[in-house]
Design a protein. Structure first.
Length: 321
């Protein structure tokens, strides 16, 4: 089976009693092999056997994902409350469920109209991210299985929520709107051809112009779908503005840039630098901050960048210990 026909599911999220009757696959040397047919129930013995072999994920066909996603999203409250799961495993399930949502919206933007779906996920994300100092850690576990853009969307949402929660006094509804904007900030990329997105050589001026249109396109797409708050919409539209006015689409400068977009710009660049890309390898946390500080002078609100640096460095220390 080809790669994009299957999506990963954390084994911990497969509750034998309640998991939908769908076929599950393992991945061996790039190929998907049937692990259990849809009419055989997944058992505790299966789980033990897989865990003994250090298998963390099984795979579900894309066609079965709607059923599985519904099951996972409805069960999140119970999953995050379970005492037998550690922080890492809970994160793995929550992060993969969120990535699945982003994939759904990128494949079918109309899905974004079901705002309650996104709102629920953002609330769980916020609760989870703020609950434990090492809760950003499990993002790495889903990064191996998913295309960059989806994990990047999740990471920008997680970081933006964390920073907003620590720096500003926002209501839960405002924080949710921040999370929604962050999770969908690159939705406009669906209007750009894969040929440009996957190009390894330098982009031509025309190609770069097309890429730059994604911020405005994402904004227009969500505005047309309707139901999104100004906080979410403006964050999507202005996440590439730069504090010195050198950004796009509106070349806004300083405090004229909506505050959430200022935070998101920092989280976006940090996330992009610390992830492996087609044309460039990931750099370390420290190196990313150094690049942002010394090679992008004037790009970010300096006070906000200092706060970001402090928050993310404190988190990083907890993760490394
Ligand atoms: Fe972007």
């Amino acid at each position: 089976m080809r790669d994009h026909y299957c999506r990963p599911i954390s084994i911990a999220s497969i509750n034998p009693q309640t998991f939908p009757g769908v076929s599950l696959y393992t991945k061996t040397g790039g190929n998907y092999v049937l692990y259990k047919p849809h009419d055989r129930q997944f058992s505790d013995l299966d789980r033990m056997r897989l865990e003994r072999n250090f298998v963390e994920f099984l795979y579900v066909r894309t066609g079965d994902m709607e059923e599985v996603t519904k099951f996972l999203e409805n069960g999140l409250s119970e999953t995050l409350g379970r005492r037998d799961l550690n922080v890492w495993t809970k994160g793995q399930i929550l992060y993969q469920t969120t990535v699945n949502y982003v994939i759904d919206v990128f494949e079918n933007p109309e899905e974004a109209a079901k705002l309650d779906r996104c709102r629920n996920l953002i609330r769980y994300l916020l609760e989870y991210i703020c609950s434990a100092p090492n809760s950003l850690n499990a993002i790495h576990s889903v990064a191996d299985h998913n295309y960059y853009i989806f994990v990047h969307s999740l990471q920008v949402a997680a970081l933006s929520l964390l920073v907003h929660d620590e720096v500003y006094r926002l209501t839960p509804d405002e924080l949710t709107d921040v999370g929604i904007g962050a999770l969908l900030h690159d939705l406009g990329m669906i209007f750009i051809s894969n040929k440009i997105l996957e190009k390894q050589d330098a982009l031509s001026d025309v190609e770069y112009y097309k890429i730059k249109r994604h911020a405005q396109h994402g904004y227009e797409c969500l505005k047309e779908i309707g139901g999104f708050s100004e906080i979410s919409l403006l964050a999507v539209r202005h996440h590439h503005e730069r504090y010195d006015g050198e950004g796009y689409p509106s070349a806004l400068k300083g405090e004229a840039i909506p505050r959430t977009a200022q935070v998101m710009a920092i989280c976006d660049v940090y996330s992009a630098l610390t992830a492996d890309r087609i044309h460039r390898q990931a750099v370390s946390h420290a190196r990313a901050l150094q690049i942002m500080r010394s090679e992008m002078p004037g790009s970010f609100n300096p006070e906000l960048f200092a706060r970001f640096e402090a928050i993310i460095t404190a988190r990083k220390k907890t993760e490394d210990n």
